[in-house]
Design a protein around this ligand. Sequence first.
Ligand code: GUN
Length: 284
Amino acid sequence: MSQLIDGKQISKQIKDELKEEVQRLSAAGRKACLAVVQVGDDPASSVYVRNKKKACAYIGIESKSFELPEETTEEELISLVEDLNRDNEVNGILVQLPLPKHIDEDKIIRTISPDKDVDGFHPVSVGRLWIGEKGFLSCTPAGIIQLLKRSGITIEGKECVIIGRSNIVGKPMAALLLRENGTVTVTHSRTKNLKEVTKRADILIVAIGKKQFITSEYVKEGAVVIDVGMHRDENNHLCGDVDFADVEPHTSAITPVPGGVGPMTIAMLMNNCVETIRTQEERP
Ligand code: GUN
């Protein structure tokens, strides 16, 4: 029988732990405030932003909302981020992506102070992660590490194969699994004989961005499979990058979609927000 890794339950557990910690820190006079910036009204972004603000309210973190029109210029957005960098009442800054096409996302990410970079996207955060220094971790990969650890799955010494090399998931995932002493392979669209590589995996992380692409042919018997994908199937139901019905019987543990990786991203964002007040005095 395969173990179903319950991201909903694990994320709830993390949020409840954070809520308690925030109560303790608030009593000691340390309060967290997250600035949430959205440009335009992309419907998916609006759902994410609403859920992030809801999680803040649940945990006891203040959130400040900045909803800017689609026509906002790059200069105006940079100016807002610089104001938020200087604002001592704001501990974390989140600029929801994607941004409208006329705004250079990399430029905006680089404008956010690394000390308030709760998404972990700034090059300084990325560098800290790769050299093993303390810093903000990219939320989805950090959530996957928590899913594995809290499900009793050992990473050390395991063959870990990642499909996908994005800056938000694949690359930071590789750094985090390496930090946990996994043996890590990153595959991508140019990988030859993908099945042969993925069949080596004890832990297979799938972030390929293609609906139900991974079938049992890609999976070693008894592997742990983590599905980062999110799509709609022909019946308009949510599904992942993994063909769950086909793959699940061959795994020792697997995440469902929905209810696997998805809820963990916000839980880890909340953890990064709390980190800003945990380490307040240590920061230069
Ligand atoms: N858009 C999709 N995922 C994310 C995320 O994790 N952070 C931000 N800022 N934007 C996103």
